[in-house]
Design a protein around this ligand. Structure first.
Ligand SMILES: Nc1ncnc2c1ncn2[C@@H]1O[C@H](COP(=O)(O)OP(=O)(O)OP(=O)(O)O)[C@@H](O)[C@H]1O
Ligand SMILES: [Mg+2]
Length: 300
C-alpha cells in the first residue's frame, strides 16, 4: 500500500535558456509513513527545494503525482505547514499576530479567544510565551524562526515541510532550535519532510535520510534508515555505534555524486521546443522569494 505521503514518478523541467528544457528532477519516488521524519540531502542545486516546493504545492510538477494524507494535492493548502530558511514574518505584527494570521484563516469559525489560545500554546511550546506581544522586527533571527515553527504547527497541518529551516542560524542557535523542534514533535507528532545540507542535523533529526543524486534529472539515490531511539539525546545519538558508519556513508555518497557531476554545466536536454512559462509557472518560481512568500503567506 502507498505511504501516508506519496511522491510518485515526480518530475520537474524548466525551460532552458538556449531552448528545450532542462530536466531538474525525474522519476522521483518516495513513500513516507505517518509520523515519520524524513530528511532530503544532496548537493547544492540538485533539486531538493524543487521537490519540497512541489510537495508544498508552490511549484507544479511536470510529471507524476503527490498525495498527502492519501489525498492527491493540487496547489498549496492548510494540510501542509511550511517553514523556509527565513521565516517571512510581517515585521510590524507581534509574534502572536504572525502566528494568528494562519490560524484565523484556517479556523475562521473558532471563537477568537480560542484562536488566541492556540497561538499562545504553540508560542509557549517554542519557548516564546513571554515574547508573544513583541513585534517581529524586535526579535532575533532565532526567535523569528521559532515564530515560524509555531506558525507552521498552529494550523494543525497533516505534514510539515521544512526547507533548511536552521540554515541561516549560528551553530549554537541551530542546535537549540533542532531541540525545540524535536521536543515539539514529541508532543505533536507530524509527518515531516526536511531539506538539509547538514549530515549531523539529518542524523539527529531523521527516521530516514533520502540522498538525492546530483542530476540533471536528479532522483532518489540511496535511503538510510536511522533507528536511534526517541526521544533523542544529542550525546547519546553521537555515541551510538551506528552514528559514524552512517555519517561516513553519507559523506561517501556525496563524494561519489561529486565525482559524477559534469565539470561544466550540461547542455540542456532537448525534449521539445521551449514554451514560455505560463503566468502560473512564473509566479511559482521556487527561487522567486517574493512570490513564494506571497503564496505561502496564504496559509502561514
Ligand atoms: N523556476 C526555475 N526556473 C529555472 N530553473 C530553476 C527554477 N527553479 C529551480 N531551477 C533550477 O533547478 C535546479 C535545482 O534547484 P533547487 O533550488 O531545487 O536546488 P537545491 O537542491 O535546493 O539547491 P540548494 O541546496 O542550493 O538550495 C537548479 O539548477 C536551479 O537553477
Ligand atoms: Mg534549496
Amino acid at each position: 500500500m502507498a505511504g501516508y505521503v506519496e511522491l510518485f514518478r515526480l518530475g520537474k523541467s524548466f525551460p532552458a535558456p538556449g531552448g528545450g528544457e532542462s530536466v531538474v528532477v525525474s522519476d522521483f519516488n518516495l513513500d513516507i509513513e505517518e509520523g515519520e521524519f524524513v530528511s532530503l540531502l544532496g548537493h547544492s542545486g540538485c533539486g531538493k527545494s524543487t521537490v519540497l516546493s512541489m510537495v508544498a504545492g508552490l511549484t507544479t510538477p511536470s510529471a507524476g503525482s503527490i498525495a498527502v494524507a492519501r489525498r492527491e494535492i493540487d496547489g498549496p493548502g492548510p494540510d501542509r505547514g511550511v517553514v523556509f530558511q527565513s521565516p517571512c514574518l510581517l515585521p510590524w505584527f507581534t509574534a502572536l499576530e504572525n502566528v494568528l494570521l494562519g490560524v484565523d484563516r484556517v479556523f475562521p469559525h473558532v471563537p477568537k479567544r480560542e484562536r488566541r489560545a492556540i497561538g499562545l500554546y504553540f508560542l509557549n511550546l517554542v519557548g516564546l510565551g513571554d515574547a508573544a506581544e513583541r513585534s517581529a522586527k524586535e526579535l532575533s533571527q532565532g526567535m523569528q524562526q521559532r515564530v515560524g515553527i509555531a506558525r507552521a504547527f498552529a494550523i494543525s497541518p497533516k505534514m510539515l515541510l521544512l526547507d533548511e529551516p536552521f540554515g541561516m542560524l549560528d551553530s549554537l542557535t541551530r542546535m537549540e532550535l533542532q531541540d525545540v523542534l524535536q521536543e515539539i514533535l514529541e508532543r505533536e507528532r507530524k509527518t515531516t519532510l526536511m531539506v538539509t545540507h547538514d549530515v549531523d542535523e539529518a542524523l539527529y533529526m531523521s527516521d530516514r535520510i533520502v540522498m538525492m543524486t546530483s542530476g540533471p534529472a536528479a532522483r532518489v539515490g540511496e535511503i538510510l534508515q536511522v533507528s536511534f531511539e526517541r526521544p533523542r539525546d544529542r550525546a547519546a545519538v553521537m555515541r551510538h555505534p551506528q552514528y559514524y558508519p552512517l555519517r561516513e556513508r553519507m559523506i561517501e555518497f556525496l563524494e561519489e555524486q561529486d565525482r559524477h557531476r559534469p565539470a561544466v554545466a550540461p547542455e540542456p536536454e532537448l525534449v521539445e521546443p521551449a514554451e514560455a512559462p505560463t503566468d502560473e509557472e512564473a509566479a511559482r518560481h521556487p527561487e522567486g522569494e517574493t512570490e513564494k512568500v506571497a503564496e505561502a503567506a496564504m496559509w502561514h
